[in-house]
Design a protein around this ligand. Structure first.
Ligand code: ZN
Ligand code: ZN
Length: 259
């Protein structure tokens, strides 16, 4: 499995998974140019892409979807709740509703090369989702971003995953003393907001085993510091678990075989 993060954070999110000439994209909060260049840079032909899955319809995760649909005609999967609860957003982002593929939570979705299990997240965007993905070669990926609290079924998926992408949005002190209004601070730290470093690192520590890889993503530019998060993660997470803080907007890639 070859995986790449084309961008992460409020500036745009896009994650790519590639194995045996089959690729899957999660989220498209980047321009089509950036997406195609990114695929090219990582040696992944667009013709390998089987499908796209969207976590939720905030623009940093979905602003590229409309153009992606028009250019590629590939299936874009979204939860049925997100599809029914975001009419104006879908319109505004010029997403073609007819070409969206809705799924229900609890459903298991099969696309060529991958089996995808969506799970609910807790965010101020109707029908928001995280994903647990099993590749045909047996690599297991967990991706959870934009969630105020950790959903009940997330831990069971995360424990099984070899590679985990976990939102670590804000440092509690930096949020409290940062530039945001009280309302915005309450939104971010609320049940339908984002995950703190403390929650993310604690969760990662609980669900990780020796040999796992953990990537902390969706780092806030204003209320977090990659150094603070890195120091904290290094202190809390046992050695033998590969940990990496993905800075805002950063591109990187990794490789993984099944255990
Ligand atoms: Zn976001
Ligand atoms: Zn969001």
């Amino acid at each position: 499995m070859h995986y790449a993060v084309l961008s992460t954070g409020s500036c745009g999110n896009c994650y790519i998974f590639h194995e045996n000439d089959k690729a899957l994209i999660i989220d498209d909060g980047v321009t089509f140019t950036k997406l195609t260049k990114g695929l090219e840079n990582h040696g992944i032909p667009m013709s390998d892409v089987q499908a796209m899955f969207i976590t939720h319809l905030h623009p940093d995760h979905s602003k590229g979807v409309g153009v992606f649909q028009r250019k590629t005609k590939l299936p874009v999967y979204l939860s049925d709740i997100a599809m029914n609860g975001n009419g104006d957003v879908i319109e505004k982002q010029k997403i073609s509703r007819e070409e969206l593929v809705p799924y229900s939570f609890g459903e298991m979705i099969r696309v060529d090369g991958f089996t995808v299990h969506p799970f609910r997240t807790s965010h101020d965007s109707a029908g928001s989702a995280g994903y647990y993905i099993e590749s045909d070669d047996g690599v297991r990926i967990f991706l959870m971003t934009d969630t105020g609290v950790i959903p009940d079924d997330a831990a069971a998926y995360a424990e099984k995953a070899d590679v985990k992408f976990i939102e670590s949005n804000y440092d509690e002190n930096m949020l409290e003393n940062g530039p945001y209004s009280v309302q915005l601070r309450r939104r971010i730290s609320g049940t339908y907001g984002h995950l703190s470093n403390r929650c993310a690192v604690d969760f990662a520590r609980r669900v990780s085993h020796q040999g796992d890889s953990v990537y902390f993503v969706h780092i806030s530019a204003n209320c977090n510091s990659p150094d603070v998060l890195r120091d904290y993660a290094m202190k809390e997470i046992p050695s033998g678990i590969f940990c990496r803080v993905c800075e805002r907007g950063e591109t990187f890639e990794g490789f993984r075989d099944a255990r």
